[in-house]
Design a protein around this ligand. Sequence first.
Ligand code: FE2
Ligand code: FE2
Length: 274
Amino acid sequence: MKILQFTDIHLTRQGDIIGGRDPNANFAKALAHALDLHGDAEALFITGDLSDWGDEDDYARLKSIIADIPMPVHLMIGNHDDRQLFTSVFPELGNADGFVQYAVKMSQGTALCLDTWGPNTHAGHFCEDRARWLTAQLKQIEGPVWLFMHHNPVPIHVAPMDKIMLLDAERFGATIAPFAQKIRHIFHGHCHLPLSGSLHGIPFSAPRGTNHAGWPDFSATRLLASAELPESYAVIFATPDSVMTHMVEFGYAGEIKGEGTPDYADWDRMTMVR
Ligand SMILES: [Fe+2]
Ligand SMILES: [Fe+2]
């Protein structure tokens, strides 16, 4: 199974710039890059912060863009989104409880897309209603499960980011822990940082994002830090026994050099002096 993850696309009014970069242009560039090199992926997941200001126009534009993408695209909302406006444009993604939570059948198991949005806050939420839905899904699904969500469920140890992580992390952890054998991986976004780790033994990862880049300033107390690092998305390969996640820095504009062959006999200290 091969899948793509974009995160934090932050679409905004045409021409508007975020962090010195054009999110609409970068989303188009990420799509062109990913479809050119990874058009054989079976799905693209976009893990939230779809719109920078939760504007209806951004959702309408996103809808028309993904209509032309030759693979299924699965959307989640983040703190920058507006759930009501999002579901007015994508009514099929809202569940009976009003959350943007749904299951997607994959070639290997099932993906569960989660809603960690809360009103008037950048922090993430996972209330009892959402936990009940997730428990019911995890009980009912037999095969491997892949979780996709916007907010990070584990602190990154950067104080200003940790104020806006998934605040209900304990409830989330307690919900997934009994199913740790079934859940293969958690994919999140939100931090604009490449991250990996585990929660109750379940691995998670996040790529940087397709527009503005964060920087892990471990001494920060109030301000979120940013840096001029390349725009990125993730490519994920999974077999029944393994998962490999790459962060592809499609925004990197430098040279890509040949680095020799993998053949042992070709490696010679004298000829490899650069
Ligand atoms: Fe974001
Ligand atoms: Fe976010």
